[in-house]
Each structure stands twice: as structure tokens, then as C-alpha cells.
Design a protein around this ligand. Structure first.
Ligand code: HEC
Length: 397
């Protein structure tokens, strides 16, 4: 019953998380696009009012006319819309989901004792410290003299983010490391909204409502943070889907793959932001495509030669599967965390095992994502049995 309730909490939190995430990233992409497409106001009267740029668009059967003020309108309107709850709701639901799956379920999803011998409290404690520490280090760097030099700051951040990816992969299971990497970046993005962008806007609104010209400082700082947020977006979105792809997080060089794909994501975003402005060089997007192709080529499964390829008896395979897999992968799993067979993969009888041959081989031998967290302690000899069986019989059938 407990696992069933957890499953429902999981569905509801995940649903909310991506609805809020779509609203947040969608509006943020829209405003970046809007900013980059503004044209000088045509009407001299608008110009006199302090309008710096305008944009016409048509959407959903209506015409829209957006105007951006150079600083602030002479008089603030009675209703001013803010964009912040999308970001907060994304983070709150995301942390809830992280805690539910990876912290409460640390033994299954976060800890991999072949990577590091961590207890659950240690693994979770480190995770919380990394989430908070990531923001603190980032924020101090932005506020330091380095923060004035965008290129130097970008370089240092890239190196630190790379160290983060590497470090997490030395501590946690691949999928646990990937999701925490995304959570650190996501936390920085939301903290940027909460601690810098919104307070900066509040100061501007306060000054404007007193009829004073707002200090440009907070606006400049907010802009820097929102530029960072835009470049973090694609890496974070990759991480959110990465747990479906054991070939990335399950690889021996999972940290390098994470860095490479994140870099490709940031480059793609750089290209799109520049393209909105109308003077995009194709170099970033070409570099991103080359990086993705290189990753795909580097992790392509090779044909591994089976040492001493003696024919494996099906009964040997059946024993391995029943000892190491069916506590979870059964019509009636006995593992307390799974009310139903995870991923819908049921391996109770020979037909089911044969039907899943290729995925069993992929998950157990190629990417070694199964048994998850190696909870059932499969041995290398048993993995070899699966490999030999697959290559000698299943693959040729
Ligand atoms: C402790 C529980 C547990 C054990 C033991 C376990 N698995 Fe899994 N398995 C899971 C979970 C959880 C998932 C779903 C992973 C996800 O969320 O992507 C899964 C998914 C799978 C999938 C589908 C993956 C995909 O994305 O296509 C296969 C195939 C699989 N397991 C095979 C095995 C095999 C073979 C064994 C035994 C050698 C095994 N599992 C042992 C929990 C387990």
C-alpha cells in the first residue's frame, strides 16, 4: 500500500512539475524572443513616452502590440503582471519529486555501492549540501569582480559545472548523479529569480511608483542572471529526460557524456538567442551537432567478443533471471518498493524472458543499469551468462 501511495504522489508531483516547467520555460523563452525582436517605436508620441521598442504579433486569432519602455513608464499601471510562480512551482514540485524518488528511495535510485560506499543519510546529506553549495558558490562568483567580465565568468562557470558533473558521478548511481546535476542547475535558476531578478524588479517598481528614475544597477544584475538561466535551460531539460537513457548515465564515462551533452545544449541555446537578434553565426549549432555525433559514435555498442563462448544452457539463464530480477520484474513483485513490475517488464516465464532478450542484454550487459543499484547483487559470472546466452542463441534466433 505504501508503494502504491508513493506511486500516486510521484504521478501528481511529476505532472505538476512539468506543467509548471512548461509555463516557466515557455514564458522565459517568449520574453527572450520578444526582447530580441523589438523594433524602435514608429509613433513619435510613443518615443516621447519613453518607449524603447515595440513588437506586433498575431496569435490565436488576435493582434498583439507589445511595447518595452527604456526605463519605466511615467505612471505605473494599476495592474502589473509578474512572472515568478511558474519558477517557484517548478522548483518546489521538482524538489518534492527528488526527495520522494531519490532521497526516500536512496537505496534503489541514488546509491550505487560499486561507485561509492554511502549510507542513505550520507547520500541525502551530501545531495542537500551540493544543492545549497552550488547556489552559494555561483552567487558569490557573480558578485565577485569576476562577475563583471562575462566571458571570464562563463569560462569559470563551465569548468565548475564540469567538476560538478564529474564529482556527482563519483558519488552516486549514474541516474542519481545526472538528476542531481540538473537539480543544482535548476536550483541556481530559481534562486536567480527569487534572490536577484524579482527583488531587482521590486526596487525598479518602487522607484517608478515614487516617480523616481530607477537605479539601473538591479536591472543589469537581473539581466546577467536571466542570460545564465537561458543557457542552463537545455542542459536541465536533457537531464529531466536522461533517466530513460541508460546508455548515457550507465556508461563508464557518464560524467563526460553529461558535460558534452550539456555543452551541446548550451550552444544550441546560444545559437537560437543570436538568431532572434538576426545575426546568428551557425558555428555554435554546428559545434553542438558535432559534439552530439561524437558522443553517439563514442558510446556506440561494439560487438564484444565473448571469452570462452561456450553455449549457455537456457536453464542457467532462467536461474540468473529468477534470482536477480524477478523480485521486481514479476506480475507480483516481492520487492516492497514496486507494486507493479517496473517499466512493465515481467520476467516470470520463459516466453517473457525470450520476448525481452534484447532489452535484458542491453540493460544488464551493455549499460549495466540492471539490476537497479545492483540491489540483488548480480555477479560478473552471471552477467557473462546473460551475454553468452544472448550472443550464442537469442541474437541468432
Ligand atoms: C530492485 C528492483 C529491480 C531489479 C532487481 C531489477 N530491475 Fe530492471 N528495472 C527496475 C526499475 C525501477 C526499472 C525502471 C527504470 C526506469 O525508471 O527507467 C527497471 C527497468 C528494466 C528494464 C526496462 C528498461 C528500459 O528502459 O527499457 C529492463 C529490460 C530491466 N529492468 C531488466 C532487468 C533485468 C534483466 C534484471 C535482472 C538482471 C533487472 N531488471 C533487475 C528495477 C529492477
Amino acid at each position: 500500500m505504501e508503494a502504491y501511495i508513493l506511486d500516486w504522489l510521484n504521478i501528481l508531483a511529476r505532472w505538476l512539475h512539468f506543467i509548471a516547467g512548461i509555463a516557466w520555460i515557455g514564458s522565459s523563452f517568449y520574453f527572450v524572443w520578444l526582447d530580441d525582436h523589438l523594433q524602435p517605436a514608429k509613433d513619435p508620441a510613443d518615443d516621447a513616452k519613453g518607449v524603447g521598442g515595440e513588437l506586433w504579433s498575431v496569435h490565436g486569432g488576435g493582434f498583439y502590440h507589445a511595447q518595452k519602455y527604456k526605463v519605466a513608464p511615467a505612471r505605473l499601471p494599476a495592474t502589473l503582471h509578474w512572472f515568478k510562480w511558474e519558477a517557484y512551482a517548478t522548483w518546489l514540485s521538482g524538489v518534492f519529486l527528488l526527495a520522494l524518488i531519490y532521497w526516500y528511495g536512496a537505496e534503489i535510485y541514488l546509491i550505487d555501492r560499486t561507485v561509492a560506499e554511502l549510507s542513505s543519510p550520507a547520500a541525502v546529506g551530501i545531495a542537500i549540501a551540493v544543492l545549497a553549495g552550488g547556489w552559494i558558490v555561483y552567487d558569490l562568483l557573480c558578485k565577485s569582480p569576476l562577475g563583471k567580465d562575462e566571458a571570464a565568468l562563463g569560462g569559470v562557470l563551465f569548468v565548475l559545472v564540469g567538476i560538478l558533473a564529474w564529482g556527482l558521478c563519483q558519488l552516486y548511481s549514474g541516474r542519481g548523479a545526472y538528476i542531481h546535476f540538473g537539480a543544482v542547475l535548476g536550483t541556481i535558476m530559481v534562486a536567480n529569480v527569487f534572490f536577484v531578478i524579482i527583488p531587482g524588479q521590486r526596487k525598479m517598481v518602487d522607484a517608478a511608483s515614487r516617480g523616481e528614475a530607477p537605479d539601473p544597477g538591479p536591472g543589469i544584475r537581473a539581466k546577467q542572471r536571466s542570460v545564465h538561466n537561458t543557457y542552463f535551460t537545455l542542459p536541465v531539460l536533457f537531464v529531466m529526460i536522461s533517466n530513460h537513457y541508460a546508455m548515457t548515465y550507465g556508461h563508464a564515462y557518464n560524467w563526460l557524456i553529461l558535460i558534452a551533452i550539456s555543452l551541446a545544449g548550451a550552444l544550441i541555446r546560444i545559437y537560437f538567442v543570436a538568431r532572434h537578434k538576426g545575426h546568428a553565426s551557425p558555428v555554435p549549432v554546428i559545434a553542438a551537432i558535432l559534439i552530439l555525433l561524437a558522443v553517439a559514435a563514442a558510446i556506440a555498442p561494439g560487438r564484444r567478443a565473448v571469452t570462452g563462448a561456450n553455449k549457455v544452457d537456457f536453464s542457467q539463464l532462467r536461474t540468473v533471471i529468477h534470482e536477480r530480477c524477478t523480485v521486481c520484474h514479476s506480475a507480483n513483485p516481492t520487492h516492497p518498493a514496486f507494486p507493479a513490475a517496473p517499466g512493465g517488464v515481467v520476467l516470470d516465464n520463459d516466453q517473457q524472458i525470450l520476448a525481452e532478450a534484447s532489452r535484458i542484454h542491453q540493460q544488464t550487459v551493455v549499460v549495466r543499469a540492471m539490476p537497479i543499484g545492483n540491489l540483488t547483487q548480480i555477479t560478473e559470472e552471471e552477467r557473462a551468462i546473460i551475454a553468452q546466452w544472448y550472443q550464442s542463441s537469442a541474437a541468432t534466433e
